[in-house]
Design a protein. Structure first.
Length: 501
């Protein structure tokens, strides 16, 4: 074994798990996925030095999930850790492991995660299982990864803007307005963008939904596919009610060769991480993502390649605005012939509780074993907040693994935050983003906006109750509003140009 091979990081095995009928736990699914990965690399089981488990949001899980997984698998003693929450964490864990292998600090590691929301809800045990997390807090595994603190500021909290299904449509409205589209026109555009995602899911044996859908079927509102928050229909939202697990084994090429698996190695070329201005209301860019641009551009730069060299993509896809932000960040169209997903994405493959990128990476390494080329995978946490990007290749990187340096980008992003108005928000403002949230019966539940006050500060506000019914279906981006009260409410003073189309 050469010293070079000891410092060349590879993904050597991946495993998936799915359960549609029996009641299972998050830990059960982690174990199944990990066993599937170990079945593909059995001679590495006794070489695993660290077990990392992705923390979940919607599913109850043990705070000592890595320790429990190691015990279930009968692994030798070693480091055990769980991650912070966020859909960026699986890719971040791979990048971190690859960097440590390239430095000679790590040889073999097991990464795993799962979501058991379907079982928890079906069993009626969700509350008890979440309490178990609290009961085990004193024996929790060490936690690694970027904190989620600050992802919502007082501006969002006072307006109860903490549901992703209500925040991501705000970003979508800014994208639609920039393109000159009404909500209805944007919905049709999204149907065309997402229909190929359903085709990818139909081909994937572990996707939750394996039926294709036409653009019209995704975009046309019906009782079964109601508009949830403009412009999204139900079938454009991430689907949480799944039982899915995935795992990866990352090791050095030397360890892969020792195990007789060098011909199955997929190489980690590079990785990079970045974050937006944390509070959505404070971001100067609501229709794009400087954070994704930083992570992906630095990952490509570190790998010594350009976007034209990439054969396969999988962009984190909890909501359509995240997909568009990623495609724009790397400089490709949403109808790029290479496609934007290899799994079907979170609305059709399923599972927004943080572990989705583990599935996309596991899928990507299978593809790269049969296709020569490079792939780009992204992960995303929060409200288009935390980002991770990784470049994978079927051949070794000429210059070895490199981690992209986003420090200068991050300083510029952090410095771009717009001051917020919370308790003293009053006066004229111009709307930068808006949505219409509907109740299940189709009535207007709320109309939240992000707007710029005339004094330059940003404010999150909701329409005065007396104006709700008249705002159904309308985008207010560009409208002039009058803001007052605490929490801030608004009345429309002048409609935007798109409102009358």
């Amino acid at each position: 074994m050469s010293i070079d091979e000891m410092q060349v990081p590879v993904v050597i095995a991946g495993g998936h798990a799915i359960e549609r009928e029996a009641i299972v736990t998050t830990e059960d699914l982690c174990e199944r996925a990990a066993r599937a990965a170990l079945d593909a690399a059995p001679r590495l089981a006794d070489r695993i030095q660290r077990v990392s488990v992705v923390s979940t949001v919607f599913s109850p899980s043990s705070p000592r999930g890595a320790t429990e997984l190691g015990e279930r698998l009968g692994l030798a003693a070693g480091d055990r850790e769980t991650s912070t929450v966020g859909g960026n964490t699986p890719q971040w864990l791979v990048t971190r492991a690859a960097e440590q292998i390239s430095r000679g600090e790590l040889a073999v590691t097991l990464l795993a995660g799962a979501e058991s929301t379907r079982s928890a809800r079906s069993s009626g045990e969700q509350d008890r299982l979440f309490r178990r997390r609290e009961e085990l807090a004193d024996v929790a595994d060490p936690v690694v990864g970027a904190s989620s603190d600050g992802m919502l500021s007082a501006a969002e909290m006072v307006q109860q803007l903490w549901q992703p299904a209500h925040v991501y449509p705000l970003f979508e409205s800014a994208m639609a307005a920039r393109a000159g589209r009404t909500f209805a026109e944007q919905r049709a555009f999204l149907g065309r963008m997402l229909a190929p995602f359903t085709e990818a899911a139909a081909r994937h044996p572990y996707a939750w939904f394996r039926d294709t859908a036409t653009p019209d079927e995704l975009a046309t509102p019906t009782p079964e596919n109601r508009v949830t928050a403009e412009p999204y229909t139900k079938r454009m939202n991430a689907f949480p009610n799944v039982d899915l697990g995935a795992a990866l084994i990352v090791c050095s090429l030397a360890e892969a060769r020792r195990a007789g698996l060098a011909d199955r190695a997929v190489f980690v070329w590079s990785g990079a991480d970045a974050a937006e201005v944390l509070a959505p209301t404070a971001r100067p860019h609501l229709a794009s993502s400087p954070g994704i641009a930083a992570a992906t551009s630095r990952a490509l730069e570190a790998a010594g390649v350009g976007v034209d060299d990439i054969a396969r993509f999988d962009f984190y896809s909890c909501f359509p605005s995240a997909v568009q932000a990623a495609a724009e960040a790397v400089g490709i169209a949403v109808d790029d012939r290479r496609g934007l997903t290899v799994t079907g994405g979170l609305p059709y493959f399923g599972g927004p509780g943080n572990n989705y990128p583990m599935h996309s990476i596991a899928t990507m390494i299978d593809l790269l074993r049969s296709e020569l080329g490079l792939a780009l995978v992204t992960g995303l946490g929060g409200f288009i907040t935390k980002h991770a990007a990784g470049i994978y290749g079927s051949e070794p990187p000429p210059a070895g693994f490199r981690r992209g340096d986003t420090s200068a980008d991050q300083r510029a992003i952090d410095a771009s935050a717009i001051p917020l108005a919370v308790d003293d928000a009053a006066g004229g403002a111009t709307v930068d983003a808006s949505t219409v949230v509907y109740a299940s019966d189709g009535s207007v539940e709320s109309v939240p906006v992000i707007a710029r006050l005339d004094d330059g500060r940003r404010v999150a506000a909701k329409a005065h109750p007396g104006e709700l019914a008249g705002l159904a279906g309308q985008s207010l981006v560009g409208a002039r509003i009058q803001v007052d009260g605490s929490p801030a409410t608004f009345r429309v003073e002048s409609e935007p140009a798109l409102a009358g189309r």
